[in-house]
Structures are given as C-alpha cells and as structure tokens.
Design a protein around this ligand. Structure first.
Ligand SMILES: [Cu+2]
Length: 74
C-alpha cells in the first residue's frame, strides 16, 4: 500500500535542490513520486515497500538535505 508523506527540508534554497532531491529519491526502490516546493521548503513523497520513512530520511540526510523535526508529529 502506498503512503504519502510531506517533509520540511530547511536546506532547500532553489530549484536545483528540488531537482537533486527528486533524482536521489527516485532511485530508491519503492519511491513512486516526489514533488517539491521551493517557497515552502516542503517535499511530498509517495512510496511503498521496500521504501520506508527511515530509508528516505537517511537518503535525504546523506545528500545534506536533512528533514526538519516536525513539532506536530508526535
Ligand atoms: Cu538549491
């Protein structure tokens, strides 16, 4: 079953950042769709197994776009 998550990534500063994130995440097995917005610094990712949030967050951290901790996500 596919899941969609939205992450805030403070290091996003331009369209190149979005492009890099898209290219890297689309190489992850199970990632179906990646959308990003420069103005809000948010990326929306749709994925299914074997991809997990942990895998995706690790990839983002590895390419220097770590996900911000969401205050509301408890
Ligand atoms: Cu950039």
């Amino acid at each position: 079953m596919a899941v969609t998550v939205t992450y805030t990534i403070p290091n996003i500063s331009c369209h190149h950042c979005i492009h890099t994130i898209k290219m890297e995440l689309q190489e992850v097995e199970g990632v179906l769709h990646v959308e990003g917005d420069v103005a809000t610094k948010r990326v929306t990712i749709t994925f299914e197994p074997p991809a997990t949030e942990e895998v995706i967050k690790n990839v983002l951290a590895d390419i220097n776009y770590p996900v911000a901790e969401e205050a509301a996500a408890a």
